[in-house]
Design a binder for this molecule. Structure first.
Ligand code: ASP
Ligand code: MG
Length: 424
């Protein structure tokens, strides 16, 4: 007997037939004798619709009231998950399974006060653990919790992944299965490289890099939580026949296991190639080379909530002037340039130049820690294809390369084969 948290995303619960199909997946595990908690997202498209209602409320002319109250935003957008949790409980009951729905405030899932992007602080799992022991399936509404102000709070878009992992940690589940519309995590985006392979296992740290680099399988926060609490997390498809052979395998269900690196015996040097579109580069020319310059640049950008990613600074030749280049999301480039020009005196630079439509391609693998020459082979492979590199950053387990947008797909395919990822 095991305790399993099963999470189903929006496309898996998109209509009543799919909810019925989800119930069959749950039934399979219940029939095998496991204790089950389920976490659901809203039906796909629902949350967007709800957000749209909040944002498009007509305003009274001349009113300077805030655009909307974030607590009421949460009250509205959390409702999508309330619906699917109830519907799934009904579907399970119709199959003769003892099940009930739980809203975030009922457990409760306690969050901080950041409405719209709240973080989970604590989950009281005692009640569902007791009931799971009595054979009841808990169907928990994802994406929502209860803030310190006693109001509904939502966890940010994609947050039901985080609900699932947090609940798995709270009830000490043996496994957290994230059912989605893809059957696992791939070496790269299969839409770009058809030879991409599904990975059996990915280390938490690698998944964290892949998730934050645009492999949108899981919310980044959920991977962080899984890493901290060592929750073994499977990414698997809800669209396979729930009763196909192997679906109920306790140790090796079909999909990708995200786990501690100790569990990965045969570690490849490179695990995957990720990319992030719509990056922009800003260069400040002839900047004074003195203490405090970086603080003067990045302080105001941070205050404006602009997410700066790659930062490259040159060493000046004569110790007086240097250049600084960094990247921001393309959507933020005008805001960033405004902040920089507002602070031009304080920072002390000559000109600010910018370029949008760039792409960051990254090579990821914990095996890099113990191998030399990994970066050099990326540079060689890109050079052979005539792809120009604009900026490079590296970490222990990642090399990120900034290139012109139109070369993105070629670069991904080139790196994928350079590291032998298309050979199984
Ligand atoms: N329904 C929410 C959203 O679309 C949460 C989730 O799907 O994870 O962001
Ligand atoms: Mg999702």
């Amino acid at each position: 007997m095991a305790r399993i948290v099963m999470k189903f995303g929006g496309t898996s619960v998109a209509d009543l037939n799919r909810i019925h199909n989800v119930a069959r997946h749950v039934k399979r595990e219940v029939d095998a004798g496991h204790e089950i908690a389920v976490v659901v997202s809203a039906m796909s498209g629902k949350t967007n619709e709800l957000v749209g209602w909040v944002e498009n409320m007509p305003k009274v002319a001349g009113s300077n009231a805030p655009f909307y109250d974030a607590r009421e935003y949460d009250a509205v957008v959390a409702s999508g998950e309330q619906v699917t949790s109830g519907l799934l409980a009904i579907a399970l009951q119709s199959m003769g399974i003892n099940a009930r729905s739980w809203q975030g405030w009922q457990l409760p899932i306690k969050t901080d006060n950041t409405h719209g992007a709240a973080r989970i602080l604590d989950i009281d799992g005692a009640d569902i653990v007791r009931r799971m022991g009595e054979g009841q399936v808990a169907v928990v509404a994802g994406f929502q919790g209860l803030g310190p102000d006693n109001r509904l709070a939502t966890l940010g878009r994609g947050g039901s992944d985080t609900s699932a992992v947090a609940i798995a940690a709270a009830v000490k589940a043996d496994r957290c299965d994230i059912y989605t519309d893809v059957d696992g995590v791939y070496t790269t985006d299969p839409r770009i490289e058809p030879k991409a392979r599904r990975l059996k296992k990915v280390a938490f740290e690698e998944m964290l890099e892949m998730a934050s680099l645009g492999a949108k399988v899981l919310q980044v926060r959920s991977v962080e939580l899984a890493m901290v609490h060592k929750v073994r997390t499977f990414v698997r498809s809800s669209f396979e026949d729930p009763d196909a052979p192997g679906m109920g395998d306790l140790l090796n269900p079909p999909g990708t296991l995200i786990c501690d690196e100790d569990e990965i015996v045969e570690q490849e040097v490179v695990t995957g190639i990720a990319y992030a579109k719509d990056e922009a580069q800003i260069s400040l020319r002839r900047l004074a080379d003195r203490p405090g310059v970086s603080a003067a640049i990045f302080g105001p950008l941070a205050e404006a909530h602009i997410n700066v990613d790659m930062i490259v600074q040159n060493i000046s030749e004569d110790g007086s002037k240097t250049d600084m280049t960094f990247t921001v999301p393309s959507g933020d480039v005008n805001k960033a340039l405004k902040v920089l020009s507002d602070n031009k005196e304080k920072i002390g630079y000559d000109v600010a130049q910018s370029e949008s439509g760039l792409v960051k391609v990254s090579v990821i693998g914990i095996g890099m820690r113990s191998h030399a020459g990994v970066a050099a082979s990326a540079f060689r492979a890109l050079a052979d294809k005539g792809i120009n590199i604009k900026a490079i950053t590296t970490s222990e387990i990642k090399i990120s390369i900034l290139i012109d947008g139109p070369y993105a797909e070629l670069a991904v395919r080139t790196l994928h084969s350079a590291y032998g990822l298309d050979k199984s």
